[in-house]
Unconditional design. Sequence first.
Length: 401
Amino acid sequence: MIVESGNSLQETKRRNRILIKNKIFRMEHALRNEIARELGLTLPTITNSINEMIREGLVITEPLSQESRNKNSGRRPLAVAFRREAAYAIGIELGPYYSRAILVNLRGEAVESVTNPKASESYGKMLSELENLVEHFLHRIDRDQLIGIGIGVPGFVDTDRGRIRYTFREDWNGKTLGEDLGRRFSVPVSVDNNTRLRATGYEMLLREERPGMFAYFFVSRGIACPILMNDLVLSGDSAGAGELGQTVLLSFDQKGRKRAVTTDQLASESALFELCRREMAEGRLAALRKRLDAGEELTMRLILELQMGGDQEIDALIDGCIHGQALAMANVVNLLNPNAVVVDAYMMTWKTNRERLVAYAREHFFGMNEKDVEIRFREYDSYDGALGAALGCIQKNFLNI
């Protein structure tokens, strides 16, 4: 097909603008000449596109701080950045323990965040809860400033339709959450797997050198591990998270007999909770039993507190889970050879657990992977899932158009 030169020029301009917007968002100090160098575009092309966005009220110029300036530079250079109040996005993670919501500005900075109890098992009630969360944030901004809402859900999602294909909350399955919430607020609503969104958010906020390919190892109620390559999450049409927790490992029972178990059954937070309940039923874990009898809930926070306080029985249970996580991570590394593995887990907020995971995993890395694959730990933040949902919304509804 022959394309007229005018149309071709406009399409090139549009694509360049997308590249430039993404570069501005991901650079700590976005200078025109550095954007041109990294994208392989001419400086006039960069300048013209940025000036257009300045006129539209999307971009502003800011002088670099003294410590950020190149010592050899002359006059103080001007960086470009998105105007914070130009637009906002709402992100919500419907996690297994809580619902977290966040309002972010166009730079991906948090404006306000809210935590609610875990969402209702009833789809209708859950939808009403979401509407209340969104309304809460809309009191802070003008509605026309909202570019979209991102929702993260555990399980499998049809991202094109915003339909929940499968999650552990059975009444949600088959529901078109994106359409239902979108009709209520007349803005784009994106629905995706919550771990995929966590991985996307992590990549978008990286200010250091980006690995070409990395695995995002997330431990919660279950274990998931999506793969990112060149800023894209690799996934099939079902948009799952890379359900690593459903991979099968070989284990041994107390009598030494072999048994096939999933990684979730061996190494997830759910597995740890079940182990604690079983041990208490057999008269062990006295310190944990005492805390629960006093009215506390069985949570990772409580378990980790006891481990860090020197409870050897709890420590042994957590150590077993970390061994299982290490085996699962080694399988991912040996199969896919990523440049890095990023670990996101509340269990890893204690340095000792991090050191154990690294040591156990590297025992099973094959060949050069033992030295070449970097293991990074993301500082745990309970709002990372909601933040990823909001950032994914900015990516889809602003940066990529």
